[in-house]
Design a protein around this ligand. Structure first.
Ligand code: SF4
Ligand code: SF4
Length: 477
């Protein structure tokens, strides 16, 4: 049985520690896996613990309702419960295969100081809540000290990519949520007029003026459509279709990434799907504002989009952007009457229904990079892999850090805008892992954000980054 499914099932049946104990017995007996962490051999003889959680923490969507609407003070208990055990710094211990690629937190990996890892977010929150970071001690009122953040404080907060690597490790073992806490810290900084950084202001201005973070004109939103390709435009007084392809700002405006939108349309057309786009009337889903801590700004976009979606009477919304799909699934889905899917989920369905059948050989060795917003945020790991597996001639070779343990390329969370050198460093780390652990020169992924960041870093390395949609289309056309 595939390791992740085995883990989920085992944890449900035996609890976390019970599962680990039995699995390690098996691994040792069968010599099934080389290179597991030797210290954990001891787990084989561990007593039986009952780990009662009542949850299946496979994605952040599993417990979204619990974290919604929390304030910084709601994280006080968690902040004091952090043991500084550093579990959140690393790939899950029993899945580590090398010391070279065992860190999971890109900002901690780059800056090598506590505040940059998950535990540091809790320490900063403790300092803020209880006044230790205040210039006046003790503070007159918690959270209302005269607080002037240092440059280092802001750097630690905003070089967090919001990838959730820390939380995917901590949540199942210590039940804490360092990434959600870091996001709430950003919201507190915005509410108190401290955040975000001056570098982010351009994104906010672009949102206000053009309804997208990249500053593209509204009239240019459909320039990604290649000449001769006809796509229905949905809306009042326009055409109708049960499926909406929500393109997203990056695939719509960033020229080297526009092929993602074009190949998505070609794949949907090849399957005979009745779908349409919003065209020039499409606006940002608000993800950028949400990740930068401007919750109220985000809600304006969400409500505006919800009104438009509602009027279309849709059955399904698909998007080819990992950032859009996590925002739509997390923040929109319970207010919608239709389903929300990433294009890889939809295409996998179409392939299994026999509506498209990859036929052309694509002789290529590729490795797959799990985008954080698709993987950890939404729990979507298998569909892109099964699409790649369905392409004749294509060989998928996995890197060391995959699925819940994927290493973020540092494009998100406003990092590429504020600290482009760090974003490029992290992308370089990821590509190095791809090359060294798989021998592949091609990295496939399904997030325009990751693609833009990784593509820039891939050029000097003579590597290639390609969207799964393109690989599928190469096999269909
Ligand atoms: S955030 Fe969680 S995993 Fe990280 S140090 Fe604290 S308790 Fe440990
Ligand atoms: S969200 Fe990602 S970058 Fe931020 S602290 Fe956690 S692992 Fe590090």
């Amino acid at each position: 049985m595939e390791e992740r499914k085995r883990f989920k099932q085992g944890r449900r049946e035996k609890g976390y520690y019970g599962y680990l104990r039995d699995r390690y017995k098996e691994l040792i007996d069968n010599k099934e896996r080389e290179g597991y962490t030797p210290g954990l051999k001891g787990m084989a003889g561990a007593p039986e613990y009952e780990f009662v959680d009542g949850h299946d923490f496979t994605s952040f969507l599993d417990y979204h309702e619990e974290t919604e609407g929390r304030t910084l003070l709601d994280y006080r208990k968690q902040a004091y419960s952090c043991l500084i055990c550093r579990v959140c710094n690393f790939v899950t211990c029993y899945r580590q295969t090398s010391a070279r690629f065992n860190l999971i937190c890109p900002s901690g990996d780059r800056f090598r100081y506590d505040n940059y890892f998950g535990q540091g977010k809790f320490q900063m929150i403790r300092g803020l809540i209880d006044g230790e970071l205040s210039q006046h001690y003790p503070p007159a009122e918690p959270l209302k000290p005269i607080f002037k953040p240092t440059e280092r404080f802001l750097h630690a907060v905003y070089s967090c990519t919001m990838c959730g690597g820390c939380e995917s490790q901590c949540k199942i073992q210590k039940l804490l949520e360092p990434m959600h806490a870091a996001r709430t810290l950003r919201e507190w900084l915005v509410d108190n007029g401290i955040g975000p950084l001056p570098e982010h202001q351009a994104l906010f201005k672009n949102m206000a003026n053009y309804d997208n973070p990249w500053g593209g004109a509204r009239t240019a939103r459909t320039r990604w459509i290649p000449k001769g390709l006809k796509v229905k435009e949905l809306g009042e007084g326009k055409e109708k279709a049960p499926v909406l392809y929500y393109v997203g700002c990056t695939a719509a405006y960033i020229q080297p990434i526009q092929y993602v939108a074009a190949t998505t349309v070609l794949n949907l057309q090849a399957a005979g799907v009745d779908f349409g786009i919003l065209g020039r009337r499409e606006v940002c889903c608000g993800s950028t504002m949400l990740r930068l801590g401007d919750r109220r700004g985000f809600e304006k976009y969400r409500d505006r989009n919800l009104e438009v979606f509602e009027k279309l009477g849709l059955e399904t919304i698909v998007t080819s952007c990992a950032g859009c799909v996590s925002t739509l699934k997390e923040e929109y889905a319970d207010k919608l009457k239709c389903e929300v899917l990433h294009i890889v989920e939809y295409l996998e369905r179409l392939i299994s229904q026999g509506k498209i059948k990859p036929k052309n050989k694509v002789e290529m060795k590729v490795t797959y990079h799990d985008p954080c917003h698709l993987g950890r945020y939404c729990g979507i790991y298998d569909p892109p892999r099964s699409i790649l597996a369905s392409i004749p001639g294509l060989k998928l070779i996995e890197m060391e850090r995959i699925r819940e343990d994927s290493y973020c390329c540092a494009a998100g969370g406003g990092v590429r805008t504020a600290y482009p050198e760090f974003a490029s460093w992290a992308a370089n780390q990821r590509l190095t892992e791809a090359r060294e652990t798989t021998g592949c020169e091609v990295v496939a992924t399904v997030c325009p954000f990751c693609e833009e960041n990784l593509t820039d870093a891939a050029r000097p390395l003579d590597m290639k980054v390609i969207d799964v949609n393109q690989l599928l289309w190469d096999s269909l056309k």
